[in-house]
Design a protein around this ligand. Structure first.
Ligand SMILES: NC(=O)c1ccc[n+]([C@@H]2O[C@H](COP(=O)([O-])OP(=O)(O)OC[C@H]3O[C@@H](n4cnc5c(N)ncnc54)[C@H](OP(=O)(O)O)[C@@H]3O)[C@@H](O)[C@H]2O)c1
Length: 180
């Protein structure tokens, strides 16, 4: 079996992962209502991940928030060479590889499970048939507009629901396997 690629992401009920201008204020506000100490499975998911693969736009957003929050290896995808700040260059690299090239290389380097992050990036991996599972945490809000999690697909992508969880502070978490 090849490397497993997983999505773990929060969306509005209408499927947006950020406002059009990139703002995550709605997500921060919702997260502040969560029960203290409840991370909705994030830490245990992160423990299962060898490499985080994110799009350039997500990378820029994380950088803009201040201290780099990740200690695991991160690959930033862009069609251009992007500048990685010296402070994080030990664990963060950039790549112009296609999703399949990247998965193959990381597998050869020993990775077992990848975390794929960013809407456009997830869409590219999905369209290449390279996403294995998705954990989507639905935040109880309709944003009306923003950066979508999903977009046009080359064909239908059938899913199998493998877990669902409702949190009493209003989040609903759905875990799907992509049927291959
Ligand atoms: N709600 C959440 O849980 C959550 C999670 C993650 C991100 N976000 C938010 O989502 C927004 C970013 O998502 P997004 O959909 O706009 O973009 P994204 O996927 O983060 O980044 C898109 C960019 O990634 C590069 N890229 C992706 N795949 C590539 C490939 N195979 N080869 C070359 N380049 C590739 C391209 O960069 P170039 O244009 O440089 O070529 C593309 O424009 C941010 O606002 C972020 O804060 C929210």
């Amino acid at each position: 079996m090849g490397v497993v690629s997983s999505v773990y992401i929060a969306t509005s009920l209408d499927g947006f992962i950020a406002r059009k201008n990139g703002d995550l204020d709605w997500l921060d506000a919702a997260s502040s209502t969560a029960t203290e100490g409840e991370d909705c499975g994030y830490n245990s998911f992160m423990k299962s991940i060898d490499v985080l693969v994110m799009g350039r736009k997500s990378f820029e957003k994380v950088l803009s928030l201040g201290d780099w929050p990740y200690s695991l290896p991160v690959v930033v995808l862009s069609s251009n060479d992007i500048e990685i700040p010296d402070k994080i260059a030990g664990t963060v690299s950039s790549s112009t590889e296609s999703p399949s090239q990247l998965c193959e290389r990381l597998q050869q380097e020993g990775a077992k499970r990848l975390y794929i992050d960013g809407g456009i990036t997830i869409q590219r991996f999905l369209n290449e048939g390279l996403i294995d599972d998705m954990t989507i945490t639905v935040i109880p809000i309709v944003l009306g507009d923003g950066t979508p999690l999903f977009g046009a697909t080359l064909k239908d992508i059938p899913l199998k629901l493998i877990a669902s969880k409702a949190y009493d502070f209003g989040f609903a978490q759905l875990t799907y396997e992509v049927v291959k």
